[in-house]
Design a protein around this ligand. Structure first.
Ligand SMILES: Cc1cc2nc3c(=O)[nH]c(=O)nc-3n(C[C@H](O)[C@H](O)[C@H](O)COP(=O)(O)O)c2cc1C
Length: 442
């Protein structure tokens, strides 16, 4: 098993780490004291220098995003921690929120000082009931101790933090839908520009970052941007939390250094594909990225550039492994059911096209496919991608197209079997396999 530098999961196995006293005993809230003595602009420079890219899926450079926030507009600046975590196959943020909430809060405080923001919010998915209680309890402890509120840590900096629970819509993870939801409106995306950094929450400058992105900030301030950059590979600095699930012997959450070979990750960290089976395919970045066949995984590394060159994406590293027992038609039907259910309904191509595609995948899976079905799906994908307000439509079509392209034989066989009257036994696919471990990639 490879030794990986641990930045985020360093203290995760410590009993009671969610409690302030215990967290402080391992050094929590030391970095914010240091940060409060630094020039806020210097912090933004360090974060820029670190090469940290957003861990919510798009990989946008965090420091650059912070530098877009206009200063001295007379409007308040808001910071929002995106803890919606609804991408199928992704469950990494939950671990931080539940087991190390003080790391998350400290990261937010450092960001808040850099941005000169006096108010922040953790937008947490509604289903995360237990992480919510942990985070709220941690915030309460911070208020009691004077780490949140007026004049924190004996300075004249004031910062308030609240938690907002979502109502269970995937689209509310999209940053502008999140903002609408937070303002009490329908959780539907806004047109961009303006980008939230300029006009976000109640039209004020707003930075929205993922839980994992913000949790990296204390390390960067404590050790400097260069130290962070020295971990990982070019264009992909630092470590990455990977939520690994599916047909592997050790599903769980692993912290790996960027650039780690994908096949080594499966073999060495995840304990290999479950016994008696061979690897069929991997969806490496959460369900909204192209699927990779086993043979395409060889020689590919877990970092932004390598995954992109391989025709897929690191996304938010929701890593789903499928072995040769997988029925790919059922797998993509499962995904299409999710996306058609979660479309917010605002844009016609996504709302109507998504349902239509699900219906076609269903009839193929149920043995009623027709010869032109694959072409019809492709044409629907062409009408959805690039024709919607947000990236939901663009990303939904990526798995559809790639499944059909890479498993064309299986889809065609299923359709032609129908014509020949061959019965097919259905094995419904469920991606949300049970979690059994916190990965031990260290
Ligand atoms: C449909 C959709 C769902 C998303 N869901 C999430 C999510 O659950 N969590 C998240 O952090 N980002 C999610 N994002 C990305 C956010 O819009 C945004 O890019 C991110 O929160 C920015 O944080 P980062 O720069 O730290 O990655 C989603 C995007 C889309 C299009």
């Amino acid at each position: 098993m490879a030794k990986h530098k641990q930045i985020l999961l360093k203290n995760i196995r410590e009993e009671g780490q969610h409690l302030l006293e215990k967290a402080e005993s391992r050094g929590a809230y030391k970095v914010i004291r240091k940060a409060l003595e630094m020039d806020p602009l210097k912090i933004i420079d360090e974060v820029k220098n670190s090469g940290l890219r957003g861990r919510g899926g798009a990989g946008f450079p965090t420091g650059l995003k912070w530098s877009f926030v206009p200063r001295d507009t007379g409007k308040p600046v808001y910071l929002i921690n995106n803890a919606d975590e609804s991408e199928p196959g992704t469950f990494k943020d939950r671990l931080l929120l539940e087991n190390d909430p003080h790391l998350v809060i400290e990261g937010m405080l450092c960001a808040a000082w850099a941005l000169q923001s006096e108010w922040s919010c953790i937008y947490i998915r509604g289903e995360y009931a237990y992480p919510y209680t942990r985070v709220q309890a941690a915030i309460d402890e911070c208020y009691e101790k004077g780490y949140l509120g007026e004049n924190i840590f004996g300075t004249n900096f004031t910062h308030h933090m609240v938690v907002h629970r979502g109502a269970g819509a995937y689209i509310c993870g999209e940053e502008t839908a999140l903002l609408n939801s937070l303002e009490g409106k329908k959780g539907q995306p806004r047109l961009k520009p303006p980008f939230p950094a300029v006009a976000g929450y109640y039209a004020c400058p707003t930075v929205i970052n993922n839980v994992e992105s913000l949790s990296n900030i204390p390390f960067i301030i404590e050790n400097g941007g260069e130290a962070y950059k020295s971990i990982g590979v070019e264009n992909s600095a630092g470590t990455k939390l990977v939520s690994a699930s599916g047909h592997i012997n050790k599903p769980g959450i692993y912290e790996i250094e960027m650039g780690y070979p994908l096949m080594d990750f499966i073999e060495d960290e995840c304990g290999g594909v479950r016994d008696g089976h061979n690897l069929l395919a991997v969806i490496p970045g959460g369900s909204s990225v192209p699927v990779m066949r086993a043979e395409e995984c060889k020689g590919v590394n877990l970092d932004y550039d390598s995954m992109k060159n391989a025709g897929s994406s690191l996304g938010c590293a929701g890593f789903m492994v499928m072995d040769d027992s997988t029925d790919v038609v059922e797998a993509v039907l499962n995904l299409s059911h999710f996306y058609s259910h979660e479309s917010c309904g605002q844009c016609t191509p996504c709302r109507e096209g998504g349902h239509w595609i699900e219906k076609i995948f269903r009839r193929i899976a149920e043995g009623n496919g027709m010869p032109g079905d694959l072409k019809l799906i492709e044409s629907l994908c062409n009408q959805i991608g690039g024709h919607t307000i947000c990236a939901f439509g663009d990303t939904m079509v990526l798995p559809y197209r790639s499944f059909i392209q890479k498993f064309e034989k299986e889809f065609k066989e299923r359709i032609s079997n129908v014509l020949k009257g061959v019965e097919h036994e259905r094995v419904p696919m469920d991606f949300q396999s049970e979690l059994v471990s916190i990965g031990s990639a260290h």
